[in-house]
Design a protein around this ligand. Structure first.
Ligand SMILES: Cc1cc2nc3c(=O)[nH]c(=O)nc-3n(C[C@H](O)[C@H](O)[C@H](O)COP(=O)(O)O)c2cc1C
Length: 198
């Protein structure tokens, strides 16, 4: 099965989660594309902010997402840091270009799941994933959650929700729990995508 992991990350946390989702999907035998959506922040602002500059350089080698990456995939993972409890404009901008795919029903029946990052425990992990997911309803996709079937989701004081993987606190590295949840989610997404493909 083909899996596309498409994300936005300004300072690297969601990128680290995306890499774990990729690893999990590959463990399940999927062919995986990791793709970042185009940046909308002006280059001079990024250049003047050390954290943003470093994250941009670290992601330079990741190919930029195209609509074809959605069509190619049997399963899709979409990731974004929270912005006031919703996805970042960069990912929304990409998803807002999927009208032609919607009109032709090209994403109907594909597996899809969502992941995020937030600075604070109660700052929007769940709301971001849930608001991202409206995209899937309109396209007729099959939502794959993380769920408490992944044991680490029950851990306290860490990212990772039943709705999808998440990172808490913009840390330099993911916690072991966050890493385990993202990997298990990647495996699950690939397995469900394989079943739906039949
Ligand atoms: C404009 C803006 C709004 C944000 N809103 C929230 C928020 O509502 N709740 C929260 O916990 N973190 C918020 N954050 C923090 C980021 O979501 C958090 O640092 C994120 O995990 C970083 O992901 P990244 O390293 O992949 O860019 C916000 C950051 C920015 C720049």
């Amino acid at each position: 099965m083909n899996i596309s992991v498409i994300y936005y990350s300004m300072t690297g946390s969601v990128y680290r989660l995306a890499q774990e989702v990729v690893a999990g999907a590959e463990e399940a035998g999927a062919t995986v594309r990791l793709r970042r959506v185009p940046e909308l922040i002006p280059l001079d602002i990024i250049e003047s902010n050390p954290a943003m500059k470093q994250a941009a350089e670290a992601q330079q080698a990741v190919e930029v997402a195209m609509l074809e990456d959605l069509v190619w995939a049997d399963g899709i993972a979409l990731g974004s840091p929270t912005r006031y409890g919703n996805m970042a404009a960069q990912l929304k901008n990409f998803l807002d270009q999927t009208g032609p795919l919607w009109a032709q029903g090209q994403l109907v029946g594909k597996a899809v799941g969502f992941f995020t990052g937030a600075q604070t425990m109660h700052g929007g992990h769940e709301s971001t994933i849930l608001t991202m997911s409206t995209f899937a309803y309109h396209h007729g996709m099959v939502i794959v959650p993380a769920s408490y079937a992944i044991p680490e989701v029950g851990a306290t004081a860490t990212g990772g929700t039943p709705y999808g993987p998440s990172e808490l606190g913009s840390k330099p590295e993911l916690s072991d729990h966050e890493r385990a949840i993202a990997r298990a989610f990647g495996r699950r997404l690939a397995e469900v995508a394989g079943k739906l493909r039949g």
